[in-house]
Structures are given as C-alpha cells and as structure tokens.
Design a protein. Structure first.
Lengths: 609, 367
C-alpha cells in the first residue's frame, strides 16, 4: 500500500507550506474587504437604509404593455383596447382590513364576501398587491378615488382591456384572451408574465400572442406609510405589441356570417392565388367579449352545453365525409392512372349490384349512359362505382393525400384536425379486418371512412381553380410595428401540387363548370350572368347508405350534411369557397346558394351595403 | 487492514466547524421561508434537512476509501460528471429560462455543482503526476485547459455563465498555487485581457445586461437593479445588532425569487446585523484556515492540491456570493455554502468536507 502511492509523495513540502500561508493571507484580505463593505452598509449608511426598509418604501409597480390591435386586410379595426380600472389592495399597508373592506363594499356596491374570497385565494407576502376586482364600473372608480385618504393600501390601476369591436365576428379565427393559467406560467416563453395577466387562449390571439403581447414596463417608486407613492425613482416604459393585419375581409366575413345565420356549419373562402383566408365562418358563433371581461359560470355552461358546439371552430375542427366534392379527386386519380379516359362511358340504372350488395345512385331512376364529364356534372354515383373497381382504394388514397386530405393544411391556427384518408393498410392496422372491395365504392364517392375539414375542401378547390397549386392557408397578412412599419410581410407558401396533367385538370375544371352552367348540372340553380364559376355539390350521409335500407335521411338529426365547393371567376379565379351545412340535406339546395352569394359579394359587391 | 490511527487522527475540529455552519444555515433558512407569516414554503426547510442528511451520508462514504484512490478514479469521476452534464442538455428540466437541472425521481440535481469537485480531482491528479517544484509552462497547461473547457462549454450553453466561469476561477487558483513560470504568468495575463472583448461577443443579452447592470444598477431598475437595491436595503437596515430572529421586513416583501437561495445573506444581515454577519465571516474564515491546515500537514502533492482546489472552491463561493449580495460584484447565481437552499450545493460542499477529512485522517499512512 505504501509503495503503491509512492509517486505521490511531495518533494517540496516547504515550498507548498509557504504558499499555503500566502493563500490564507489572500483569503483574509478578501474577507476584510467584505467586512468593510458590511460596515459601510450597516453602520455608516445603516440609518438611511433602516428608514427605507420601514414599510418597505421602495416598491415596484408594473406598467402593463399595450397589446397590439387586430385589423382586417383593408385596415378596418377588429380588436381594440379600452381603458378599464382594476381595484387592488396591498394588505401590508391597510391596517384595519375589516374596516377598509367594509368601506370599499359600500362605495363599490360589491359584497364584502367577494373581496374576502379573492384576498384569501390570492394572498401572498404582505406587500404584494392583490387584485380585488377587475374592470370596476366608473361610478365606483370615482367614489373610491375621492375617498382614497380613508382607504390606506387601496389602489386603482388603469389597465387596457381587450374589446372585440364586432361581437361574434370571426370569433373562432380571432379568438379571445383569458387569465394566464399556472401551467402556462411554467413555460419559458411566459417567464415575464405573472398571475392575473392576460394571454391569448384561442385563435390568432393565441397563435400570435408573442407578437401582440408587447413587453411589460414598470416603475420603481418610494411610498409613504399609507402605501401612497411619494416619489418615482425609475420608470421603464412598456413596449407596445405589434399590430396584426388579417387576410380577412371584414365585409365578406360579416356577410357570410349572416348567410349562415340559423344554420350549423362552416364556410371558408380563400384567395386561390396565394392561400389567404378571406373569410372563415363557424356557425353558431359566440361573443368573445364575455371572455375578455371574465366569463361567468352560467354563461360558460350555456356555451359548453349548446348541442351545436359554438366553441368549436367547425372550419378546421369539424370532420365530415367530403361526399361528392371528393369526386374531383376520384376523377383525377382515374384519369391519371389510365383506368378511364374522357370517352369512357358507363351505364347508370340507378344502382349497381356488387357482391351481395346493391349500391345505389343518389338518383334512383338512373342517369343512363354517360362519360366522366357528364358523371361529374350530374354527380352520378354508379359511374364512380365502376371506376372504383378498376382503381382500388390505395391508388385513390395516394391522390387524395396529394390533394391535401388526411393531413393538416397548416393554417396558422391551433387545434386543426387532419381528417382521414382510408387505405387497406390503415384498416388492417386499425380494426384487424382486411379491406372489402365494396368499401372502395363508398370511399370513391367520399363516404365510408373518409373524413375531411371544410378548410381542406377549400384548399383543394383553390388548387383546382389556380391550375393545381396547393397553398398553405394563412389568416395573418402582416405584422406591423406601432409606427406602421411592416415587421413581417406576407409570403405565400406552396405545400404541394395536384398530381394531374394540364389536359386532365382542364377536363375536371370543365366538368365543374358544367355543374353550374350546363343544363343538367346539379347546381344549375345558382347560375348567374355576372360571372362564370366552377363548383361541385356534395351530400354527406350521416348514416351509411346501404343496399336496402330505407332513406335514413328522413329521421330528424340524421339528415345528410350539405356541401358545396366552388371557385370563380372560372377563367381566372380570385376566390375559392367551401361550404358545409350540418344536416342541411341538399348540397345544391342549401349550400350552393350560400357559396354563390359569398362569391358574388366578393367579386361584384353585395347590394345591401 | 483497518488502522486505529484513522480514528485517533480524525479531524473533529473541521467536522464541528462544518456542523456549526450547517446549523446556522438552517436557522437562517428557517427565517427566510417563514417570512411575513407566509408558510407556503415550509417544505423547503424539510427538503434542505433531507439534503443535509444525504450530503452527510455521502461525506461519510467518501471518507471510507483512501483518498489516493480518487487519484486513480479521477478520470472516471470526471467522465461521469460530463455524462451528467450531457444528460442535462438532453433531458434537463427548464427553470427560469435555463436548463440546469436533472430530474431523478422526486429530486432534481444540478450536475454543474458536482462538476466542481470532479475538476478539483482531475487537476490535482494531473499536477501531482507531472510536476514537482518546477514552474508550469504553456505546454503543461494545455491539458488542464481542455479538462476545464469541456464542462465549461456544456455549462455555458445551459446557460449558466457564472458557474461555468467559476470552473476556470477554481482551476486558475489551483494552477497559481502549483506555480507558473514567470513568463507564462505574464503571457496568460495578457491573453486573458485580450480575451475579454471576445467573450463579451459571445455573451447572451441577459448576461451582458447583468454585467452592465452591475456597473450601473440604474439600467435595469425593474430587475437586477431592484434586487440589488432591495438587498442593500435589507443588509443596511440590519445595522449593528439587526432586527432579531424572524424580525426581518424586507424579507417579507418577497422582493427576490432567490431570497432563500442566492440572496439568503440579506436575511441574516437584516435580522442579526453587523454582529451576525461578522460571526458568519469569522466562522467561514476559520473553516478555510482549517481546510488549509489539512494541506499544511499533508505529505503528498496530490492531497495538497486536492485540498487547495476544494478550499479555493469554497472560498470563491463565499466571496462571490457575499460580494454580489452586498452590491460589490455582478449577480451571477453562486450559492453561499451550507446556507443557501439547494441540494446540489449542500451535497457538493459536504462531499468536499468529506474529502478534506479523508486526507486529514490519513496524513500518517503514507510514511
């Protein structure tokens, strides 16, 4: 053991011992400096510091930042801030708490119990201000300010509050603010926030919160025994947040909302040249101002229990079978894979026997002998049943995915649904049962397992309109600084291309034109002389349409959903629209007129303004 | 194989000093967490006690093995700490904008604290093996430099510049003790002065702000500037005898998120005044002197260097922490040994004491 460590034995013990002494001397000198500093602070300056420490004279008051405003694409103000007054109390300054709270209750006409509850819940260290009441009404502000000498420790603080200029307008897209939650406070990006601060909870208020929020400022102040400011020592001004300009057109949005009044469903209108979201409606809507001022339990309950789910953004969260609007994808897949060409004809007798089942066409008397263009124009199901047998589900799925189905569109909003494009492999993984050939017949007409959002339908329609480019839909146009300088300009983002040759795309587009403008088109009722358009109706079965089942659609609550997708003007589209009306029954009768009016109002201007 | 001399030579004085400091630390912490009748942080005291128990256990364990084994295990210990730092980078927990902690079940540890001990061991090993008496030249400093640079970079990216720089300060102190050639010393000094502008370039904005705020506290009156002012008010208002145990009022303002960690000295200063602070300073100085006396009596260079490294670590912790709380030094987030709340700091300090006791009681074995 001894020899093992022999190499460690020092040869210069004396030299090290001298250095150890020096080392200690150095440490002692450093400590002496600390001692002198203590002497200076505690003995020489002690009196002054003792005075400042009484009643904790030096305090910080926060200056809330001005949250960025939200405008539409033309600069119309959609979301503003208004001054609001909060009632705060600093328990350490109050003295007789019961007496002060009693006086406050009388002056503000708010029961003492509410104050006590708040105080109990929020109470921290004695000199931290507790928020007693948000958004005090003006009479109370006046009365309390006038009596402030009887109310030690009480403070009224002006703080901007969010105001949504058109209650309910684009409520899902704009979103609302709420008090920051403990979980949100934990996140690194929120380290400047404190309990009681407001933060975007949904919509662009949430997605662009970091931009809109701005930066908190503050004031270092000296207060007297009553907690009143006698001197401002330092001020750091708050930095206002940037303004958000939406791609939204306010007039189009509000007109579209009025068209959806009384209906349940969604509308999305895109600019097909760049993916800008011109309008996005989810009906029914809600009033965001309820959240801005702090929603009451009964108000929340009535929203949460509404069977039509007003809080859900149906445009990106509502999942529906795309129904016949899917037939454009089916047609492209069939043409590109060469299973049919423009001349291929099938006979529709009103139904098709496949296996031991009878697959019906929506038109029970049948369409007779038709080609692909006529099949799209008249939305013949039997034609596509024939196509399905030749194409198979997996090849169809590949084209559907390429057209943006089964994945999120990437719109700059939270909680978007991806929908579902079924394949044989998916079904085996999911259910353990292998794919049945008959199921392809349902899928090819957009029924079966297919699920899509209104936004996906709009993105596909825009691509059909613009020559095949899929854009990421964007609700935000620009972010500007307070001075108007653009911080982030709009840049379109291409997410894919329809896998289709120009000739085949042209055939599908002509068919969509026929849907509206040809004699037997399913949406010929919305034809207008003002502009040409291409469209497609859809009627989504809520219960699957089986062989011999009687029309299930007659039962209330099970009526089919009505779809319509369209772009216009036909030659050079400037708007693409998708409309879904839950239980609207007929795509042509209910959804198509809404889409037509949305496009008319955007392209021609609505007459009623 | 057990030698009775291990017991007869046990350094009771160092242990008793450590216990006194620990008791004082717990007393101050008790006051800090019970500020203003606010009992929500009561659990911190129990956790700290638990940490002292864990640290005490590790301290005892570290005494069982002959410290000369650490020389052989040095690189393994070092590599283990590096792995922990990498783990922090990958799995670490975020807190206050940085990733410094590793969650191990119910507890979280800060591997950068343990790294300080590991650095002391590998450097002592390197210097003991390679040099005896002669001054160190540039070439001999390359390996120690790299040994410090690796953990330095891992800690800087957390980001925790204060702790990272401390590695260099501790390593530098030990290097100076071992001795430099005159030319090397001046060369290094010139290099360090040239490096300052470079380092400035790589600092994060908040780190630059901290330094600028230190030079001019008015720059950030809502953040660091406010902390320093409140800390100075707390210390100054303690005057000669303080406001008495639990009598602090600044403390009750909750002005600092770190009042029970890095800024805990202000609690002692407010409640026990100049007298209390002087007692703590004297106890610390005694603790350091006793530590150095272990090196004084140690016969081998590895033990001597190890003691000097650990003592340098404790000294800089004490000096930098007190200096920053009194407004003499920038706010860099260095704990006050045995007093600040924080498991990793307590464990590191006690492990260090364990190694000192180990060296002290084996001082006759290598004859």
């Amino acid at each position: 053991m001894v020899s093992e460590f022999e190499y460690l034995i020092s040869k210069d013990t004396d030299g090290y011992r001298r250095r150890l002494v020096i080392l200690f001397a150095v440490a002692a000198v450093f400590f002496l400096m600390l001692l002198m500093r203590l002497f200076y602070l505690q003995i020489i300056q002690g009196h002054e510091y003792a005075r400042l420490s009484e009643n904790n004279c030096i305090r910080l008051q926060s200056i809330p930042p001005h949250r960025g405003l939200i405008y539409d694409r033309h600069g119309a103000l959609l979301v503003d801030n208004r001054p609001a007054y909060d009632l705060l109390i600093v328990p350490g300054d109050v003295g007789n708490m019961e007496e002060v709270l009693g006086r406050l209750a009388v002056l503000s006409d708010i029961p003492v119990s509410e104050f006590q509850e708040r105080l109990e819940r929020e109470r921290g260290p004695g000199y931290r201000a507790v928020l007693l009441r948000q958004d005090l009404d003006r009479d109370a502000v006046g009365l309390i300010s006038a009596r402030r000498y009887d109310l030690p420790g009480v403070r009224i603080e002006a703080r901007p509050r969010r105001q949504y200029m058109y209650p309910g307008l684009a409520a899902h897209l704009i979103g609302y603010l709420g008090e920051v939650s403990p979980a949100e406070l934990q996140r690194p990006e929120n380290k400047d926030l404190r309990g009681g601060d407001f933060i975007g909870k949904t919509g662009v208020e949430r997605v662009y919160d970091a931009v809109l929020r701005g930066e908190r400022g503050g004031r270092q102040v000296e207060v007297n025994v009553r907690g009143q400011v006698i001197r401002i020592l330092h001020t750091v001004p708050a930095k206002p947040g940037g303004s958000l300009y939406l791609a939204l057109d306010r007039d189009l949005q509000s007109h579209t909302e009025s068209l959806m009044e009384g209906r349940v469903g969604a509308v999305v209108a895109l600019d097909p040249t760049n993916g800008q979201v011109l309008a996005m409606v989810s009906s029914p809507s809600f009033d965001q101002n309820l959240f801005a001022r702090g929603i009451r339990t009964d108000e929340w309950r009535s929203l949460a229990q509404n069977p039509h789910r007003p809080m859900e953004n149906k445009a990106i969260q509502g999942l529906y079978p795309p129904a016949s609007t899917y037939k454009m994808i089916s047609a492209i897949a069939a043409l590109e894979e060469g299973v049919v060409d423009s001349e291929t004809r099938f006979f529709c007798s009103g139904s098709l026997r496949f296996g031991d089942r009878n697959f019906r066409c929506w038109r029970r008397t049948g369409h007779g002998n038709l080609n692909l263009r006529e099949a799209l124009e008249r939305s013949c199901d039997v034609y596509f049943y024939h196509v399905a047998q030749r194409l198979g589900v997996d090849r169809l799925a590949w084209y559907a995915r390429a057209a943006g189905f089964g994945r999120r569109t990437g719109v700059d909003l939270d909680h978007e649904e991806a929908g579902l494009v079924p394949t044989a492999g998916w079904k085996r993984r999911r259910t353990g049962v292998s794919w049945q050939a008959g199921e392809t017949l349902s899928v090819i007409i957009g029924q079966g397992y297919n699920l899509a959002t209104c936004m996906q339908a709009a993105v596909m329609t825009a691509a059909l309109g613009n020559g095949g480019i899929l854009f990421r839909p964007q609700v935000a146009l620009e972010i500007r600084k307070t001075g108007g300088e653009v911080m982030r300009p709009f840049t379109p983002e291409v997410t894919g291309r329809l896998p289709v040759s120009p000739e085949n795309l042209e055939l599908v587009r002509l068919s969509m034109r026929d849907v509206v403008h040809a004699a037997q088109g399913t949406a010929r009722g919305i034809r207008t002389s003002e502009f040409d358009m291409g469209g497609k109706t859809g009627t989504a079965q809520v219960l699957s349409r089986r062989t011999d089942e009687e029309e299930s659609s007659s039962r209330p609550g099970f009526e089919p959903h009505a779809w319509f997708v369209a772009f216009a003007p036909y030659d050079d589209p400037r708007i693409a629209v998708a409309v879904i009306v839950e239980h609207g029954e007929g795509g042509a009768r209910v959804a198509a007129p809404i889409a037509a009016e949305v496009m008319r109002s955007y392209l021609v201007g609505s007459g009623e303004k | 194989m057990f030698d009775r001399r291990l017991i007869t030579h046990f350094d009771w004085g160092l242990l008793v000093l450590t216990l006194i400091l620990a008791a004082m630390g717990l007393g101050i912490l008790y006051s800090a967490v019970n500020a203003g009748g606010n009992t929500s942080q009561e659990g911190l005291l129990l956790r700290q006690l638990l940490w002292f128990a864990i640290g005490g256990g590790l301290m005892s364990l570290s005494m069982l093995v002959n410290y000369k084994r650490f020389d052989q295990w040095g690189l393994v210990i070092y590599a283990g700490c590096i792995l922990l730092l990498i783990a922090v980078m990958v799995f670490g927990r975020y807190g206050g904008g940085a990733r410094r902690w590793l969650l191990l079940g119910p507890i979280s540890i800060q591997p950068s604290e343990l790294m300080k001990i590991a650095i002391c061991i590998v450097l002592a090993r390197y210097f003991a093996k390679n040099f005896m008496g002669e001054g160190l030249g540039f070439k001999e400093l390359i390996q120690p430099f790299v040994l410090i640079l690796i953990p330095f970079l891992l800690i800087v990216q957390q980001p925790d510049l204060g702790t990272a720089l401390l590695l260099f300060v501790i390593g530098g102190s030990l290097t100076l003790f071992v001795g430099l050639k005159r030319s090397t010393f001046w060369g290094l000094l010139a290099a360090a002065m040239a490096a300052v502008p470079m380092v400035w370039f790589f600092l994060k904005d908040y780190q630059k702000n901290r330094i600028l705020t230190f030079l001019d506290p008015g720059r950030d009156p809502l953040g660091t500037g406010y902390h320093i002012i409140q800390s100075k008010i707390a210390i100054g208002s303690g005057q000669l005898f303080g406001k008495g145990f639990l009598g602090g009022t600044q403390n009750a303002l909750d002005f600092l998120p770190e009042q029970h960690t890095d800024f805990i000295l202000s609690v002692l200063a407010e409640e026990w005044g100049f007298v209390g602070c002087s007692v703590l300073l004297v106890l610390y100085l005694l603790f350091l002197a006793w530590s150095l006396s272990v090196a004084y009596r140690c016969r081998d260079s590895f033990g001597t260097f190890l003691v000097v490294g650990i003592t340098a670590m404790n000294f800089w912790h004490i000096f930098i922490n007190m200096g920053m709380v009194m407004g003499l030094l920038p706010v860099v987030g260095v704990p006050l040994p045995m007093v600040s709340y924080g498991g990793s700091s307590v464990v590191t300090t006690l492990l260090g004491v364990g190694i000192l006791l180990n060296i002290s009681m084996r001082r006759f074995l290598s004859d």
